[in-house]
Design a binder for this molecule. Structure first.
Ligand code: NI
Length: 393
């Protein structure tokens, strides 16, 4: 198969990709509110003659069938934006105050639509079926579950996705076998005490004091009760308690997140936080309940699929690297990888000549070198062609 031709065709779509990415960039939408974004995706798929269905309110699943029965491949792009104020000053800056595509999901969406365009023009060469998963709500941990429940991965033999990476230079693609990202959970600890005048603390149960003790005790779990050679974060980022300065607080509430790298550690962290909260609250005569929300599993790339991806990266004339630090940030592409072997790749987008491309994701200055867009589109298309056993272009 001529991967040079795929890259050349993708470069020919640069203007289309840039136009589309900028259209999406100007109109960012938060998780589960991606209505206009979904309509843009459907408009483009219609133009390519690719049938599609809605998944949930704002997810879009496109399906392209090739000439033979070479198996089914799924390609995923996330489509949501962040509640961050854009400060790039770019001509295509966000037109929605306080909302920004600060994680590059506009680029992912444009690249996957670019691949859909390239593949629709080569449907005869396509060896099997390609499913295009335009997934909402990655930032809040939603979206992926709806696609899985809808059967979007049923019968799929390989899944591929990518994320922009300002820590990698343009032209370099991060493809790392095994563990890439942590599992993420959210927790809320509700501490119920008993109100009293500040002069009679023995008549109350101080929820504020108990909450402070719980914050300290939870950090003690990390330092004393988990393996020092396995990364783990138990972070509390929000605490509120009490109603006035001269009363014993009746109620306190904390919110935090755990980052773990194995399913066992994930479950153990939950159990330990539950137990520590209950016991420490009891010492103060209070009660604590912990409410858990699972955000995503640890992201583990399949080694064989990664080997194939790295070879495809090189055949497109790009540089593959497996030298990437473990991120304790999460990405719910992990839920697809738990069902189907595949690869999540990182698309280098930085260029020292364009200062904003050196800013990190989730930053108001974040931008990317748009020369990465044809590369991303080519990567998606190449995986679809190779993994459906396409013979020629
Ligand atoms: Ni992201």
């Amino acid at each position: 198969m001529e991967m040079d031709a795929v890259m050349e065709a993708a470069r020919g779509e640069r203007a289309y990709l840039v136009r589309l990415r900028r259209e999406l960039h100007r109109r960012p939408e938060l998780a589960l509110r991606e209505y206009e974004t979904a309509r843009v995706i459907e408009r483009e798929l219609d133009a390519f003659g690719i049938p599609h269905t809605r998944i949930g309110d704002t997810g879009v699943l496109g399906t392209l069938r090739g000439g033979r029965d070479g198996g089914i491949v799924a390609l995923r792009a996330d489509i949501d934006a962040l509640p961050i104020r854009e400060e790039t000053g770019a001509a295509y800056q966000s037109e929605t105050e306080g909302v920004m595509h600060a994680c590059g999901h506009d680029a992912h969406t444009a690249c996957l639509l670019g691949a859909a365009k390239l593949l629709s023009q080569r449907a005869d060469a396509l060896g099997g079926e390609v499913r295009f998963l335009f997934q909402p709500a990655e930032e809040t941990g939603g979206g992926a579950g709806d696609f899985l429940r809808a059967g979007a991965l049923d019968g799929v033999r390989r899944v591929f996705g990518l994320h922009v990476a300002p820590d990698l230079p343009l032209g370099t693609i991060g493809v790392k076998p095994g563990l890439n990202n942590a599992a993420v959970d959210h927790f809320r600890i509700c501490v119920h005490g008993r109100a009293a005048h500040v002069s009679t603390p023995h008549l109350g149960a101080d929820a504020l004091y108990a909450a402070c003790q719980i914050v300290s005790a939870i950090q003690g779990i990390v330092s004393r009760r988990t393996s020092p050679v396995e990364p783990i974060i138990l972070g509390i980022g929000k605490l509120s308690a009490g109603t006035t300065y001269n009363a014993v607080a009746e109620y306190a509430e904390m919110e935090g997140t755990t980052r773990t790298v194995s399913q066992e550690a994930r479950m153990e962290a939950r159990e330990k936080i539950d137990a520590v909260s209950a016991h420490v609250a009891a010492v103060s005569g209070a009660e604590a309940q912990v409410v858990w929300t699972g955000i995503c599993s640890a992201l583990v790339n399949d080694p064989a699929a990664c080997g194939e991806s790295a070879a495809l990266v090189r055949s497109l004339g790009l540089t593959a690297t497996d030298q990437r630090p473990l991120s304790l940030g999460g990405d719910n592409f992990s839920e697809y990888l738990r069902q189907v072997p595949g690869c999540y790749a990182y698309l280098g987008t930085s260029n020292p000549a364009l200062p904003n491309t050196l800013a990190g994701i989730h930053n108001g200055h974040f931008d990317l070198d748009e020369d990465a867009l044809p590369q991303g589109a080519a990567l998606y298309a190449a995986h679809a062609l190779a993994w459906t056993g396409s013979k020629a272009l």
